[in-house]
Design a protein. Structure first.
Length: 244
C-alpha cells in the first residue's frame, strides 16, 4: 500500500518531527498548519531532502470545510491518504478553573476535542473499506496529563486529553474491522513551543528521568504505530513519558 500521510499541526513540535521521521520511513507527507507557513515549508523541505514528496496545506482543523479541503488536496497531489496523525493542539487557558471564562475555554475544546474527532471522521471516510478505501492507520496525540489531571495549571487541557483517550479507544473498535488501526500516544513533558517560558528548564530536573522529552522521541513512537511493524496493534495508548 502506498504510504501517504497527513499530519495536522505538522509545522512545529511533535508534528514537525513526525513528518520528518515519517518521510525517512518512506511516507509522502502532507504537512498541515494553521498560520505558520514558513515553518510548514521548512518541514516540507526536510521531507523532500529525504527523497519523499511533501506538501504544506494551510487548514484550520476547527473548520469543517478546511478539513475536507485538506484531505482533497492531499489526495489530488500525493494520492489516496493511508495515514493520519492528529498532532495539532493547544494547552491554554492556564490557571485554576475558577479563573477562566467560557470564551477562554472554547478554543481548547474546539481544537483538542471537536476538531480531533472531525479529522478522524474525515480520515475514516477516506480510508475505510466501508467507503471503498484501502485502509490505513491513525495516531491521535493525547497526553499523560489525562491521568495526571493538570491541577492548578491546566486541568481543562487534561480533560480535553481525557476525551482523546476515550475517543481513541471507542473509534479504534468501530473501524478495526474496516482496515483502519487507530492508536494514541500520550507524551509527558516535551520540549516544544507549546510550553510556557521557563517550564522546560524548571520541570526537567524533577522528572523521573531528570529531563524532559524531545519531539523526536515521541515521533519515533508515532511512526512505529503507523508502520506495518504495528500491524496487530489497534486501540492502544502508548505513554512516551519516561516513567511519569
Ligand atoms: P506546538 O509545538 O505548539 O505545535 C502545535 C501545532 O498545532 C502547530 O503546528 C500549529 O500550527 C498547529 N495548530 C494549532 N491550532 C491549529 C488549528 N486550529 N488547525 C491546524 N493546526 C493547528 O505543540 P506540540 O508540543 O508539538 O504539541 C503537539 C500535540 O502534542 C498537541 O496535541 C499537544 O497537546 C500534545 N502534547 C504535547 C506535549 C508537550 O509537552 N509538548 C505533551 C503532551 C501532549 P502553526 O504552526 O501554524 O501555528
Amino acid at each position: 500500500m502506498k504510504k501517504v500521510l497527513i499530519v495536522t499541526g505538522g509545522s512545529r513540535g511533535i508534528g514537525h518531527s513526525t513528518s520528518v521521521l515519517a518521510a525517512e520511513a518512506g511516507w509522502d507527507v502532507c504537512v498541515n498548519y494553521v498560520s505558520n507557513k514558513s515553518r510548514a515549508d521548512e518541514t516540507v523541505a526536510l521531507i523532500k531532502a529525504s527523497g519523499q514528496r511533501g506538501i504544506a496545506v494551510q487548514a484550520d482543523i476547527t473548520k469543517e470545510d478546511d478539513v475536507i479541503r485538506l484531505f482533497e488536496t492531499c489526495t489530488q497531489e500525493l494520492g489516496p491518504v493511508t495515514g493520519v496523525v492528529n498532532s495539532a493542539g493547544i494547552v491554554e487557558p492556564y490557571g485554576r478553573v475558577d479563573e477562566i471564562s467560557y470564551a477562554d475555554l472554547a478554543p481548547l475544546i474546539d481544537i483538542n476535542v471537536t476538531a480531533m474527532i472531525m479529522v478522524t471522521g474525515e480520515a475514516i471516510k477516506n480510508m475505510s473499506s466501508k467507503h471503498g478505501g484501502a485502509g490505513g492507520a491513525i495516531v491521535l496525540v493525547s497526553s499523560v496529563s489525562a491521568r495526571l489531571g493538570g491541577p492548578a495549571f491546566c486541568a481543562p487541557y487534561a480533560a480535553s486529553k481525557g476525551a482523546v483517550d476515550s475517543f481513541a479507544w471507542g473509534v479504534a473498535q468501530e473501524v478495526v474491522g474496516e482496515g483502519i488501526r487507530v492508536n494514541a500516544v500520550s507524551p509527558g513533558l516535551i520540549d516544544t513551543e507549546i510550553q510556557p517560558e521557563g517550564r522546560v528548564e524548571a520541570a526537567g530536573p524533577n522528572l523521573p528521568m531528570g529531563r524532559v522529552g524531545q519531539p523526536d522521541e515521541v515521533a519515533r513512537a508515532i511512526v512505529f504505530l503507523l508502520s506495518d511493524d504495528a500491524s496487530y496493534i489497534a486501540g492502544s495508548n502508548l505513554d512516551v513519558a519516561a516513567g511519569r
